[in-house]
Design a protein around this ligand. Sequence first.
Ligand SMILES: C[S@@+](CC[C@H](N)C(=O)[O-])C[C@H]1O[C@@H](n2cnc3c(N)ncnc32)[C@H](O)[C@@H]1O
Length: 244
Amino acid sequence: MPRKSILNSTRRAITSVFDHLDYKRLESVYCYEGGDEFWRKKREPCRRLGTKVAEVLVRKLSHSGRSLYVGAGVTELPALLAEVIELQRQVAPYNLRRSEVTVLNRACRSLPVKFRAQDASLASGLFDHLWIVSVLNDPERFPHLAPLSYGNADPVTFDPHQFEQQRRVVRSIVDRVMPKLSLPGLVTTSTEEVIWIADWCHRKNIPYRVEREQFPTALVGDPVCFIKIGGLETNNRKPKGTKV
Ligand SMILES: C[S@@+](CC[C@H](N)C(=O)[O-])C[C@H]1O[C@@H](n2cnc3c(N)ncnc32)[C@H](O)[C@@H]1O
């Protein structure tokens, strides 16, 4: 029977990595100003909530598989560490922010977790788990698309042309990373990004099931959930309110 909780040694490793992060350097990665206060407030919730997600995730994954993390930052540390320590899985975390990758790799240097400052679509081979959280709805990268994802678009200033361009970029990220998932597989994503994964499954005629349970996160604050992809007898089940 799978354990209910993660090991104390995993918790200690997570705490140790959080203790070794260079928060000063992370200030400008996460904030234009007020980075000092941001990390004072967010560091502990990030570790605590991330550990809860990690606890659920390790119960869903098998030993010694592979996970691709698209856009992995501090938020993803507990899940990454739990995967390698509890399940001896291989993890491939990608993040385009070079300075954050340097900080993360320094904090993880004694562990088999190596972040790459590259596009995740360059990852080779197949993975039975794909994590993509707060990437496809990132307001910094997709300022004309994110307001629609969050349901706060302004009809007066909304620019359909820019939106259309950004939607094309988002779809192309999904189209490049989703084929790396072996089926049946698991996707961890935010509730705002579920529609992009669902859209891909519909276009490829692959059944999927969005699990109901959602888990809060501390940094971006998008709740995360799990989607089972392929290997299901039922046909596509759209999440409530999804118009894809
Ligand atoms: C808003 S941040 C979210 C970080 C983290 N997932 C979290 O929830 O706190 C988006 C991250 O996705 C990364 N990203 C965007 N597109 C990517 C890609 N194609 N490959 C790897 N990383 C990507 C960015 O570099 C950035 O670090």
